[in-house]
Design a protein around this ligand. Structure first.
Ligand code: MLT
Length: 331
């Protein structure tokens, strides 16, 4: 009996040593999204979660907090950098206030297609933004969501020409380049955090906003908006980032696993965006939103490029840097 008790105590002692070790080996990542889980941000995050959880031998779990549960997107960037959350998927325009050189990606009419968006975020350009975001914002990009062009929605009037923008109150992210763009086009931009947008439109504090069809549909903007105008001034890119401090705390093997998961999640997102954008547009129409083409978009792009780009050459690192990106996109 005595021998049995000593034996049991030894087992408990050994278990006591082992269990905390295996418990502490499991890390649960806290990842926030600005958009609902059904959005293309959600597709990126869910695929990332699936890969990490399936390939890490139970060492990592990923908890996703969609729809701004962890705060607005700029807050999530700051929290990822300081480590109070592990990461987030946010629109690039909500990171560029912390990484000015990456603002090039928000210059109006820079990207004109999905191909441009992919070319702007992979290869040498992908490396350039990754390094800049580490240095300037303290976050590490693992993958990009390709969310398509930001179309303009509003509840006031059909917008098909530049003239129609006059006096239109448009909610914009707190992003200097986007504010300047809508001003240059003649609208009245009102900078506001993303989670406040729906209520601001519902209460008619603003007339409209701009975001891609998938975002507009999954955010249920059809409940408070009547018109959607097909402009192409900005291709919305939304990176999945983790805090650089967190990334550097990982072993080389885990860094490779996270990097691989980010790339695969990015591919899943691209497929989703390319194949589901039209359906989201149709869903908006089915919910009663009138879809409109812009008649004079050449003038929009001429005006925006001429008026806005020169204002921000210094902020984003000089005209030569902008030219390099333009050339790399083959124009
Ligand atoms: C914004 O307009 O602030 C963002 O594009 C919102 C989003 O993350 O979809």
């Amino acid at each position: 009996m005595k021998r049995f008790t000593i034996f049991s105590m030894m087992i408990f002692f050994i278990m006591g040593l082992i269990l905390p070790m295996s418990a502490s080996a499991e890390k649960t990542l806290k990842i926030g999204l600005g958009d609902p889980i059904e959005s293309d941000q959600g597709v990126l995050a869910l695929r990332f979660k699936e890969i990490i959880e399936n390939t890490s031998d139970g060492n990592y779990k990923v908890d996703i907090f969609p729809a701004g549960q962890l705060g607005d997107e700029q807050k999530m960037v700051k929290d990822s950098r300081r480590g109070s959350i592990d990461g987030a998927v946010v629109a690039v325009n909500n990171i560029t206030p912390f990484a000015k050189s990456v603002g090039i990606l928000t210059l109006p009419y820079l990207m004109q297609s999905f191909d441009d968006a992919v070319n702007a975020t992979t290869g040498a350009l992908g490396d350039k933004w990754r390094e800049a975001l580490i240095k300037e914002a303290g976050v590490h990009v693992l993958g990009w969501a390709y969310s398509n062009f930001r179309v303009l929605t509003n509840s006031k009037k059909p917008v098909t020409t530049l003239g129609d923008l006059k006096g239109l109150k448009i909610r914009v992210p707190k992003n200097a380049i986007m504010i300047a763009t809508w001003k240059a086009l003649g609208a009245e931009p009102i900078p506001m955090a993303w989670p406040e947008t729906f209520t601001a439109m519902q209460q008619k504090v603003v007339d409209g906003q701009d975001n891609p069809h998938i975002t507009n549909y999954t955010m249920k903007f059809y409940e408070v908006q009547d018109y959607s105008s097909e402009c192409h001034y900005l291709f919305s890119l939304q990176p999945l980032v983790v805090g650089e401090k967190f990334f550097q705390s990982l072993s080389a093997k885990d860094q490779a696993m996270f990097t691989r998961a980010g790339i695969e999640a990015q591919q899943a997102n691209l497929l989703f965006s390319v194949t589901k954008s039209e359906a989201a547009k149709q869903n908006m129409i089915d919910k009663g939103v009138e879809s409109l083409e812009i008649k004079d978009e050449d003038q929009w792009s001429k005006l925006a490029i001429e008026k806005v780009w020169p204002q921000f050459y210094d902020t984003v690192g000089g005209k030569a840097e902008v030219d390099k990106v333009v050339n790399a996109l083959g124009r």
